[in-house]
Ligand binder design. Structure first.
Ligand code: ADP
Ligand code: ADP
Ligand code: MG
Length: 447
């Protein structure tokens, strides 16, 4: 008895394609949106209807709440799926959708406001009895900074409460450096995220990034879909993710998934969300943030559990209970996802916008490709440089990696540089294959 009928997909690229497919599978209509640059895109072609929302610059289209709300109204949509990035964790946007009488496919606006703010989310974790990295509240008084830093200890990180996507984090190793960096970090956070709040967090060295996928409905149902390891990062951005986390002790897995569920229950979470942790060498884990939306790397969880995360988002938003309980969620095999970006590893990963002159995508058993691009499209300088995500499943981790290598051998793109070559090296790297690696492993490798 889904209350939904027609969903506005307030995003672009591969995630817009993913959501449109889920709408159609659920018998719902999907409305695409597009900026000037995206008029002839794959997601517009797949949707039942489409609305132009503005200029190519994201601020004038995908980040413009009024333009999206207007698009929802003019196309008679009754729900809005925000995808990831853009306005997906913007409480004001969620509130505007709710106030317009439409369904925001995500948590309630009040919960989104709390969990979208990393400092507030830390406090919620503490209140839920979930261990956090030692750290502080947002710094209100610069005069307090020496005392606070002393409590946390160096090296530490300055973190923007509103930051995301690897941006808004600065490492600091001494008090002098901290005193210099704090006002600059606050000014930068204000201009980049519209919120100057900065807090301190202890830098945990040689930790792994392990995150737990959760789903919660409006009927008290909260489940987890196990964990993903996203330790292969560059500049705090994920490049390769896998599920389950290799070599994680079963007792740690049980404790970390239980902690994620506890937090979701504590805040009255609704929808799909991810609770991110750092795990140190001794297996201790510490909450870092919650991503209150679908994540880029959700396909590998779908592969090991057989649960369709976006379909569950739609069910929950329609007021239905989750289609499964915890006992019915089993994991099988292993999966690895490679983010292929239009970036040049030879030039410090500079984005390489341009025309996609040729594109050959892999396939075969256990290989899933998520892309918003078709041969002949342009990778625009205005947005994320993701070309495609290759997610590869195997009965075990060895087979998943073997299929990833095969998929990468088939993958071919012309017209832009890409990270495919880096992924070919990574998926054959003895240290990564032996696993697990920590979050600065790749940067140490790249030098
Ligand atoms: P995930 O945790 O799902 O892997 P990422 O952190 O890589 O997600 O972010 C997903 C997308 O959202 C990326 O395109 C990233 O650039 C963007 N993004 C995430 N958070 C923010 C933010 N606060 N402001 C702007 N863009 C963001
Ligand atoms: P974002 O919102 O940009 O995703 P996160 O807080 O999730 O920010 O951190 C992104 C990455 O930065 C983590 O995956 C990890 O590699 C690194 N990081 C974050 N906090 C810490 C910390 N306290 N100590 C060490 N590394 C950290
Ligand atoms: Mg994060």
């Amino acid at each position: 008895m889904s209350g939904l009928r027609r969903v506005l997909v307030a995003n672009r690229g591969e995630i817009a394609v993913r959501i449109i497919r889920a709408c159609h599978a659920a018998g719902l209509e999907a409305v695409a949106v597009y900026s000037d640059a995206d008029e002839h895109s794959r997601w517009v072609a797949l949707a039942d209807d489409a609305a132009h929302i503005g200029r190519s610059a994201a601020q004038k289209s995908y980040l413009d709440p009024d333009a999206l709300l207007k698009a929802a109204r003019s196309t008679d949509a009754d729900a809005v799926h925000p995808g990831y990035g853009f306005l997906s964790e913007n409480g004001g946007f969620a509130r505007a959708i709710e106030e317009a009488g439409l369904v925001f496919i995500g948590p309630r606006a009040s919960v989104l406001e709390r969990m979208g703010d990393k400092a507030a989310a830390r406090s919620a974790a503490v209140a839920a009895g979930v261990p956090v990295v030692p750290g502080t509240e947002p710094i209100a008084e610069p005069g307090d900074v020496a005392r606070l830093a002393d409590e946390v200890g160096f090296p530490l990180l300055l973190k923007a409460a509103a930051g995301g996507g690897g941006r808004g984090i600065r490492p600091v190793t001494s008090l002098d450096e901290l005193r210099d960096a704090l006002p600059a970090a606050q000014a930068e956070a204000r201009s980049a995220f519209g919120d100057p709040a900065i807090y301190l967090e202890k830098a945990v060295s040689r930790a792994r990034h392990v995150e737990v996928q959760v789903l919660a409905d409006d009927h008290g149902g909260v489940v987890h879909l196990f964990e993903r390891d996203c330790s292969v990062q560059r500049r705090r951005q994920k490049l390769l993710e896998e599920a389950p986390a290799p070599g994680l002790r079963e007792e740690t897995r049980q404790a970390i998934t239980a902690a994620a569920v506890r937090l979701a229950e504590h805040v009255g979470y609704r929808g799909a969300g991810t609770v991110e942790f750092l795990v140190d060498g001794s297996g201790e884990f510490y909450f870092i943030e919650m991503n209150a939306r679908v994540q880029v790397e959700h396909p590998i969880t779908e592969m090991i559990t057989g649960v369709d995360v976006v379909a569950e988002q739609l069910r929950i938003a329609g007021g239905e209970p989750l289609s499964l309980d915890q006992a019915s969620i089993q994991r099988r095999g292993a999966a690895v996802e490679l983010r292929i970006n239009a970036e040049d590893p030879e030039r410090d990963f500079a984005p390489t916008p341009g025309g996609i002159e040729a594109l050959r995508l892999p396939g075969g058993p256990g290989v899933r490709v998520d892309t918003g691009i078709t041969q002949g499209d342009r990778i625009s300088p205005f947005y994320d440089s993701l070309i495609a995500k290759l997610a590869c499943w195997g009965e075990d981790r060895e087979q998943a990696y073997a299929r990833a290598r095969q998929a990468l051998a088939e993958f071919h793109v012309e017209g832009v540089a890409s990270t495919a070559g880096l992924h070919r090296r990574l998926t054959a790297d003895p240290e990564l294959i032996a696993g697990p690696v920590h979050t600065t492993w790749l940067e140490e490798r790249l030098g």
